[in-house]
Design a protein around this ligand. Structure first.
Ligand code: G3P
Length: 217
């Protein structure tokens, strides 16, 4: 499973990239607003900091303007994935942009039928939002499972990018049902390495080591 980080915080991105665990970055207009940075400037910086795909979202609602925005974003760097919403116009824009060789991430996906349409217009990534479905008492993970089945049935190459991930359990379950990518907030990504028994075990080992009076260096 690939890990993308869902943030526009450049310090976090650089820190996580240095682990070698980061395969890409996703942003959205809310994350750009949170960063307080200029959109085009921060996206260019992110693209330079990571080798993998960096999703940058259009804000137009009509296909024609989405295309203009998407083409402008695609010029920033080779690793841009233009993010378009899962609307009729977004699907039209996706078809054209992927035809031009640009990676496209179709976002705000909440149903398997929406994901089917995105795959049919050649989306590079489909972003089903797990947490936001759970928020309204629906089953976000079931959606990932449904999309996996449909994509496998028809051998679609669109990658399932599990989004709106809120917990470590979301990451594990998305991996178990076969999501290709998880986009994860920095704190959740770092939290995947934590376990209280690791901390407890380490504390015990170091206490015992101290008793030996030895040093490695
Ligand atoms: O980038 C899209 C998605 O990951 C948003 O997550 O937590 O705002 O629902 P969230």
């Amino acid at each position: 499973m690939k890990f993308f980080v869902d943030t526009a915080d450049i310090a976090d991105i650089k820190d996580l990239a240095s682990t070698g665990l980061l395969d890409g970055v996703t942003t959205n207009p809310s994350l750009i607003a949170k960063s307080g940075r200029d959109f085009l400037e921060v996206v260019a910086e992110i693209c330079a900091a990571v080798a993998g795909p960096v999703s940058a979202e259009v804000t137009a609602l009509d296909a024609e303007t989405m295309l203009k925005e998407g083409r402008k974003l695609a010029k920033i760097a080779k690793n841009i994935a233009v993010k378009v919403p899962l609307t009729w116009d977004g699907l039209k824009a996706c078809k054209v942009l992927t035809g031009e060789g640009t990676m496209v991430n179709v976002t705000l996906c909440f149903s398997a039928n929406q994901a089917l349409l995105a795959a049919k217009v050649g989306a590079t990534f489909i972003s089903p939002f797990i947490g936001r479905l759970d928020d309204i008492n629906l089953d976000g993970m079931e959606l990932i499972h449904e999309i996996r089945t449909i994509y496998d049935n028809y051998e679609f190459s669109t990658e399932i990018l599990a989004a709106s991930i809120r917990t470590a359990n979301h990451v594990k379950e998305a991996a178990m049902v076969g999501a290709d990518v998880a986009t994860v907030p920095p704190a959740v990504l770092r939290g995947l390495a934590s376990h209280p028994l690791t901390d407890k075990g380490l504390e015990q080992f170091l206490a015992d080591w101290k008793k030996t009076g030895q040093k490695i260096l």
